[in-house]
Design a protein. Structure first.
Length: 377
């Protein structure tokens, strides 16, 4: 089975309707025999049914273990069709994923959010399904795809500059270029991350070694620049980073998106902040996490801006709430701006981190409702 480009959109393809979290009754229409219950523990991934009809499939995932967990639906080549992240112990989330192409997929739970996960086959039956968006939805997709294209071009330009500085041994300048080069990646991260073979090579943290993957990409060079000093193979790592970025840029430009993917991309970017940036784990050597935090938020807002006419027509109150909460989060981030960008994460107090977390959580709740609004007909 070949996964269409539509399915290359990560959690962008997931309709996160966060039941049990938001209390909202905004949910996407479902198909088949109702929601599929999933119990994700530290050692098992129990999926109630392993077959569903093509269309919108609903999963209700409960973390019954002691570790933070994730649940994925994978297509061919480990392309992420849908996911739900940051499932803390005891948490239940309901999400919908649009699977228009029948075939064989895989479900996976990832206790501790590491490794390949506990996997099992999942079959999608029936005929290929599709539904053309209305004019407003189509315009939203066109606008967002233009944003992805522009950010992809910028990613290539900035990465090229960063790589050149690393190879020239200009350490101080490479350090200044590092968070800037990553900015476009962070803005379109759900699209870029959906290419499971490229993401760990470009953006994998050192943990990937334990998962059998070579430590390369941005974070390997980050460690060289801030901790170990440039190594004999740093230039080769930089060259590989540029090759991999060129590949992901080409794929990102070719991805065909749908309106639901925009809605979930906005939420997925906030999840990225919650699971990596707000914890200081992402840029653990340079401590430039607030740069990534800011870029993820900008990317989330870009998806909402593309959908703005749709949301204004269908749920103006929700859009007003989202705008207010984006403004509040931006105001918290602005407190930590420095002349050359942002303060280091290590300079933040616990109270300051808590304030950022509160503002992020306050935005995540209404953003989680957008997919349901977009899915309503």
């Amino acid at each position: 089975m070949r996964i269409s480009p539509l399915h290359a959109g990560l959690g962008l393809a997931v309709l996160l309707a966060t039941a049990a979290c938001s209390g909202s009754d905004r949910t996407a229409p479902t198909s088949g025999k109702g929601p599929i219950a999933v119990e994700a523990s530290d050692t098992a991934c129990t999926v109630e049914r392993t077959e569903a009809a093509a269309g919108t499939i609903e999963f209700t995932v409960r973390n019954t273990g002691s570790e933070v967990n994730e649940f994925y639906l994978y297509g061919e080549g480990d392309e992420i069709v849908g996911e739900v992240e940051n499932l803390t112990p005891g948490l239940t989330r309901t999400f919908h994923v649009d699977v228009s192409t029948p075939g064989t997929y895989q479900t996976a739970c990832k206790p501790g959010m590491k490794g390949k996960g506990i996997r099992a086959p999942f079959t999608v039956t029936g005929a290929t399904t599709s539904q053309a968006p209305d004019a407003a939805m189509a315009a939203a997709v066109t606008d967002y795809q233009a944003f992805v294209t522009a950010q992809s071009d910028e990613l290539l330009t900035r990465t090229t500059e960063f790589v050149d500085l690393v190879k020239a041994g200009r350490v101080a300048e490479a350090k200044r270029a590092f968070p800037v080069a990553r900015g476009p990646w962070e803005r379109i991260e759900p699209v870029a991350e959906s290419f499971g073979d490229l993401d760990p090579m470009i953006d994998g943290r050192e943990d990937v070694v334990a998962e059998g993957t070579e430590f390369t990409g941005f974070h390997r060079l980050e460690k060289d620049l801030w901790v170990d000093g440039l190594q004999p193979d740093s230039s080769a790592i930089a060259d590989k980073l540029l090759v991999d970025v060129k590949a992901v840029v080409a794929r990102a430009k070719a991805v065909e998106l749908n309106p639901l993917q925009l809605a979930n991309g906005s939420k997925a970017l906030l999840d990225e902040v919650a699971t990596g940036k707000i914890t200081g784990e992402e840029d653990r050597y340079s401590h430039t996490d607030l740069y990534d935090f800011d870029e993820n938020v900008k990317g989330s807002k870009a998806a909402i801006d593309a959908l703005r006419p749709v949301l204004k027509a269908r749920d103006a109150a929700l859009l007003t709430d989202i705008d207010a909460r984006f403004a509040a989060l931006d105001a918290e981030l602005d407190k930590h701006r420095a002349e050359d960008g942002f303060r280091l994460y290590t300079a933040l107090s616990k109270a300051e981190i808590r304030s950022l977390t509160v503002a992020l959580d306050a935005l995540s709740e209404p953003i989680s409702q957008v997919a349901g609004v977009v899915a309503s007909r």
